[in-house]
Design a protein around this ligand. Sequence first.
Ligand SMILES: [Zn+2]
Length: 228
Amino acid sequence: MAELRFFFGTMGSGKSTQALQIRHNLAARGLNVILTTQLDRQAGKVSSRLGVEAEAEIVDTKLNLFELARTAFEASGLDAMVCDEAQFYEPKQIEQLAQVVDDLHVDVYAFGLLTSFQGELFPGTARLLELADERNQVQVEARCWCGSRATHNARLVNGIQVYSGALKVVGDTTDEEKEEAVEVTYELMCRKHWHAGLRRRQGEQLELLDQQTGPAEVIDLPLNTPTS
Ligand SMILES: [Zn+2]
């Protein structure tokens, strides 16, 4: 029986490494595998910090994942899909992955983050949790600076933890009005310290919105806008 399997974890928990490993193991057995990812720093590839990488199909918001799978299935057969950065896929694309499992009987292995820097489920992740046959936590233990288990991804803009801005920001960007470099980084924290940062910043939130929302909107996926 084909299954939709969802593997989730924090940033740096080795999800891409595991995605590449599964793809490698399947391909080594002579199986046909499609690897997909969202926009990565290196276009068209899934790479891990261990230096392994592989060619991948880029999933933009318009790509129909079922049609992608069906085309490959009819051309040369398809045994599995390995989907990295699945938190950024559209909910309807997650439904297409379920259709790949149910109609084509092809296994799907999806990897993604559970929650955003705002501490809420990504829309794609929520749909995966709802539809997956199997949900697995990627068990690479990350630690907060205090030593507790890190469960939350904090976004820092120029070193300051923020709670507003686009859901997806890649790399550094520039504030065009001020012509200043804006450095966007992420840090793993325990829930306590993620919340502590939130409380500390609440009073400055309006000012922060004013200053940071502009430059942060590099890639604004229409995930927050209700379309249906
Ligand atoms: Zn902590």
